[in-house]
Design a protein around this ligand. Structure first.
Ligand SMILES: [Zn+2]
Length: 149
């Protein structure tokens, strides 16, 4: 069966951003909406991995492969200027929200790990590639996304 997606723009565009997010299907649409509408990026490279870039903390082959592709593909080929580390609420990579004593403890852990991953990657990425961090948290109205300063 064939299926045609209309109006796909294959011409070269500036791609200002690369994103790494968790594979969790529950957050696929909301993560996309946040990057497009919340942060204002229409075009971005998208990397997906269970737990997002949390595995960088293990200092294993994942870190090596991620760094290599971010530089060789996103930066050098697509001219990306920023790299977003995007974590999400209730992430199975942490055992979900149930693994934490409170929402505050979960949020603190995400912030701590985001900063730790950022620090590791920043040492090895070119200086002209800015790393930004964000995460989602469940609130009564839905999912609240915050940029971590
Ligand atoms: Zn996850």
């Amino acid at each position: 069966m064939e299926y045609i997606v209309p109006n796909v723009d294959l011409d070269a565009h500036e791609c200002p951003l690369a994103v790494i997010r968790c594979v969790d299907w529950r957050f696929r649409e909301s993560d996309q909406e946040y990057v497009v509408k919340g942060l204002g990026y229409r075009h971005f490279d998208l990397f997906g991995w269970p737990g997002s870039a949390k595995e960088v903390l293990k200092n294993n082959g994942f870190k090596t492969a991620l760094l290599e592709k971010i530089v060789s593909v996103s930066r050098n080929l697509h001219n990306v200027k920023k790299f977003l580390l995007l974590w999400h609420w209730d992430c199975g990579g942490y055992g979900g929200s149930a693994a934490f004593e409170s929402a505050e403890a979960e949020e603190e852990q995400y912030q701590k790990d985001l900063r730790a991953v950022r620090d590791i990657l920043a040492k090895e990425l070119p200086e002209d590639l800015e790393i930004i961090m964000a995460y989602s948290r469940a609130v009564p109205e839905g999912l609240k996304y915050s940029v971590l300063e």
